[in-house]
Ligand binder design. Structure first.
Ligand SMILES: C[S@@+](CC[C@H](N)C(=O)[O-])C[C@H]1O[C@@H](n2cnc3c(N)ncnc32)[C@H](O)[C@@H]1O
Length: 281
């Protein structure tokens, strides 16, 4: 991937504009859907009470706050995110929830000038698949951890294994211009779909004791929230912001039927096919 002097300009633009604003708007729904992963990451990455933790791509801060509570008042969790609107929400939330040992910074984890060896653990819930140069990013992140410090993050496996995540795009495809075949190495939701590649990236970045474990998690989203979710986020959310009204109407009409196979007792239930990745600095 060609590098500009400043990395991740495209992702920075997205997360400071449409994607970031959509995640701000959807924060309560997203945190509910992704709650099982918060537990997974916090448990796998916890350095114990009093630990000092970094949360990469922290978004609106759910995992940062959960980790701050776990490490207690003698510890700290710092959330870092490239998105100014999401960090503003996370900061506001932290004040509201009175979690004194959590704080947030706006910055690009690939280039951020971390204090060397500062953190006992580094965690992320779906926040590390967006780097232009993942080896440069994970090398920089490793330097932020003390020797032997923990890394724990979750990332999505392939689109084929995550059919819920691709249902909206498949349903909308007949109404949209043909999309180019996705580049599996481009930054984005499925950039870490290949577990062997994730292992190679961490190895090349100097991490040790790398484990890439397959995890399948049952997630739920209330029927009322589902259409908000699929029409605001992802490629269909982006397409709906661009197309004319008639096309938008055709797409929103077919979406409920496309999700019918997932519906049960007033909610959509789906398997989230992910990797739980752990390593030591
Ligand atoms: C899928 S969201 C996950 C947010 C949050 N971890 C959660 O689970 O709610 C990905 C996050 O990664 C952030 N991000 C993307 N590229 C980044 C980078 N280079 N450095 C720091 N954060 C980044 C985005 O702004 C976004 O908040």
């Amino acid at each position: 991937m060609p590098q500009s002097a400043q990395p991740n300009t495209r992702q920075a633009a997205l997360w400071n504009d449409v994607s970031g604003k959509a995640w701000v708007e959807m924060q309560p729904i997203l945190d509910e859907v992704l709650a099982p992963f918060e537990r997974l990451v916090v448990d796998a990455g916890s350095p114990g009470e009093g630990g000092n933790v970094l949360d990469i791509g922290c978004g609106a801060g759910a995992t940062t706050l959960a980790m701050a509570r776990l490490v207690g008042n003698d510890g700290r969790c710092v959330g870092l995110d490239i998105s100014q609107p999401l960090v503003a929400l996370a900061t506001e939330r932290t004040r509201r929830e009175e979690v004194a040992n959590a704080s947030f910074e706006v910055g690009d984890a690939q280039a951020y000038a971390f204090e060397s060896g500062h953190f006992d653990a580094v965690v992320s819930r779906f926040g590390v698949m967006f780097f232009d140069d993942p080896v440069a990013a994970f090398t920089n992140i490793r330097r932020a951890a003390r020797r032997g410090g923990k890394l724990a993050f979750v990332a999505w496996r392939s689109p084929v294994e995550n059919d819920f995540m691709t249902t909206a795009a498949r349903a909308a495809a007949p109404f949209l211009p043909p999309a180019p075949a996705p580049d599996p190495d481009a930054p984005g939701q499925f950039a870490f779909a290949d577990g062997a590649k994730v292992k190679r990236i961490l190895d090349a970045s100097g991490w040790a004791s790398i484990e890439v474990e397959q995890v399948d998690v049952l997630c739920q989203i209330a029927q009322d929230d589902l259409m908000t979710y699929v029409t605001r986020l992802g490629s269909v959310g982006a397409a709906l912001r661009e197309v004319d009204r008639a096309t938008a109407e055709k797409i929103t009409t077919v979406l409920p039927a496309a999700f019918a196979p997932f519906m049960e007792d007033g909610e959509a239930r789906f398997n989230a096919a992910c990797w739980l990745v752990t390593a030591l600095a």
